[in-house]
Design a protein around this ligand. Structure first.
Ligand code: GTP
Length: 285
């Protein structure tokens, strides 16, 4: 089976972090976001297609320098074509059922169970669904049993038809590609609402899920994964007199004596000076 990772977005909500690197390479506990997806792929995935555009050279270099033991192919869009346009652009490489992922998702979804779910339902595709208290910032789905009956993007608070949101993890039959028009296309807005009659199913899961696309959610992902410790990347300089908890110090960052840092990410080249306090921040220096 092949897996497509959408990795070409501009990541504007994560600026300035994404001025220098594409969002899929933004490090979480020192490991690029996209690796969390690749490392969790089931054995039956034998090729990963990465749909790239914005800062594609950085991704190319990363995969040249890191052998992940999988066949990785970067497929380029000259200009970002949106999530649907990116899938369409990968069409020549797809010949069967395939998995697809937003490249900025951290999740504990059991992909084997997800594949089995899709094979049982026999629809054109399936979406992983996550429950949230406030769905107003997300794409919300309504269900009839396990079948998706409608989509609503970012409903007003208290007007949401359900608490289930699109988790950005999909499995599709190749046939979906025939329903994606050429050009710039959003999978969520321009494709899904038009293929409901072909059977689009939703599998709700629990455990862990974070869309790391905003500064708040990126820090939240770190909070959930780090569990009270700190991650000091190679080349980070941290004074033994500094006091840190739930922090990542990235390569080339410095932390001085008696600095107090909590739940933060200290970015490459940033310097937290002696005695300085940093709380709940992406610290750029
Ligand atoms: P924002 O600018 O902050 O909205 O971020 P984004 O551009 O990454 O968009 P969004 O978070 O909605 O994207 C979800 C996933 O799809 C991310 O992994 C993106 O890299 C990817 N993505 C979004 N747009 C495109 C695109 O035009 N082409 C490709 N190949 N991937 C895309």
């Amino acid at each position: 089976m092949k897996a497509v990772i959408l990795a070409g977005g501009m990541g504007t909500r994560l600026r300035p972090l994404t001025n220098e690197i594409p969002k899929p390479l933004v490090p979480l506990l020192g490991k690029p976001l996209i690796r969390y997806i690749i490392d969790a792929l089931p054995d039956e995935v034998d090729q990963v297609l990465i749909a790239v555009s914005y800062r594609k050279d950085d991704l190319q270099r990363y995969f040249e320098e890191h052998d992940l033991g999988l066949d990785v192919v970067l497929v380029e869009e000259k200009e970002p074509l949106g999530t649907g346009g990116a899938l369409k652009n990968v069409s020549p490489y797809l010949d069967d059922t395939f998995l697809a992922f937003n490249g900025d998702i951290i999740s504990s979804l059991d992909l084997r169970a997800f594949i089995d779910f899709h094979r049982r339902k026999k629809g054109i595709g399936a979406l992983a669904l996550w429950r949230v208290e406030d769905p107003s910032a997300y794409g919300v789905v309504s269900m009839e049993g396990e079948r998706i009956s409608s989509f609503l993007e970012k409903p007003p608070p208290d007007k949401s038809p359900s608490d289930m949101i699109n988790a950005g993890i999909y499995i599709f039959e190749q046939e979906i590609l025939d329903h994606i028009p050429q050009g710039t296309v959003s999978l969520e807005k321009d494709v899904f609402p038009h293929i409901l009659s072909l059977g689009l199913y939703g599998m709700v899961f629990d455990g862990l899920w974070v869309d790391c696309g905003t500064r708040e959610s990126y820090l939240e992902a770190q909070r959930l994964l780090i569990g009270g410790r700190n991650v000091y990347c190679e080349g980070a300089e941290v004074s033994p007199l500094a006091d840190l908890k739930d922090c990542t110090v990235l390569p080339g960052a410095k932390v001085g004596d008696r600095a107090l840092i909590r739940r933060s990410i200290i970015c490459p080249g940033a310097e937290v000076r002696a005695g300085e306090q940093v709380l709940d921040s992406i610290y750029l220096g």
